[in-house]
Design a protein around this ligand. Structure first.
Ligand SMILES: Nc1ncnc2c1ncn2[C@@H]1O[C@H](COP(=O)(O)OP(=O)(O)O)[C@@H](O)[C@H]1O
Ligand SMILES: [Mg+2]
Length: 171
């Protein structure tokens, strides 16, 4: 299935992440793609919140993969957050031994497109784009997310809600 969403604010992106995280099971792989600043780490943070794992989920400067243990009250599935930006290729990916992690954890890979697909038979790909990145003086925070993967990992659009509009009060 394929779903395209507009994410007007970082809160929308985090909410999408939560909805995805609430669906993940051990052995699932989510590949996040999109340019620097697109919101991949914001989305990963939401996924961690949806799974109920210990944070903080940040952009690691020196660490390629970090494991976030499951918290009591969460879904009981740890999250391994990988930033593949500096990974040289398949051999270095293999060195991370994600196959072993996947026996018990869900794995989210930033910059993983073209690399992490081989870890599993099916995965969820989320592509983030900044439609206004090139617009001059743009202050628009809008992002577009394209989700592609098995139905069970794709949230219902109705659950995601777009950014709430100010309520109109009726006297
Ligand atoms: N709609 C949005 N979704 C996600 N992030 C947004 C959005 N609008 C603005 N931002 C900002 O863009 C930045 C995204 O950073 P980050 O998630 O680290 O990007 P990436 O991991 O893709 O490089 C954050 O500073 C965030 O506040
Ligand atoms: Mg990042």
């Amino acid at each position: 299935m394929n779903l395209v969403l507009e994410l007007a604010t970082p809160a929308d992106t985090e909410r999408l992440g939560r909805a995805v995280g609430a669906r993940l099971r051990a052995g699932d792989v989510v590949v996040l793609s999109g340019p620097l600043g697109a919101g991949k780490t914001v989305l990963a943070r939401g996924i961690g919140a949806g799974l109920g794992v210990r944070g903080p989920i940040t952009s690691p400067t020196f660490v390629i993969a970090r494991e976030h243990p499951a918290l009591p009250g969460g879904r009981g599935v740890p999250l391994v957050h990988v930033d593949a930006y500096r990974l040289g290729g398949n051999a270095e990916l293999d060195d991370l031994d994600l196959d072993t992690d996947l026996l018990t954890a869900a794995v989210v890979v930033e910059w993983g497109e073209g690399l992490a697909e081989r870890l599993v038979d099916e995965h969820l790909l989320i592509r983030l784009q900044r439609p206004d990145a090139d617009a001059e003086g743009s202050s628009d925070h809008s992002r577009v997310a394209q989700l592609c993967g098995p139905d069970r990992l794709i949230p219902e659009p109705a659950c995601l809600m777009v950014t709430r509009q100010p309520e109109i009060s009726h006297p």
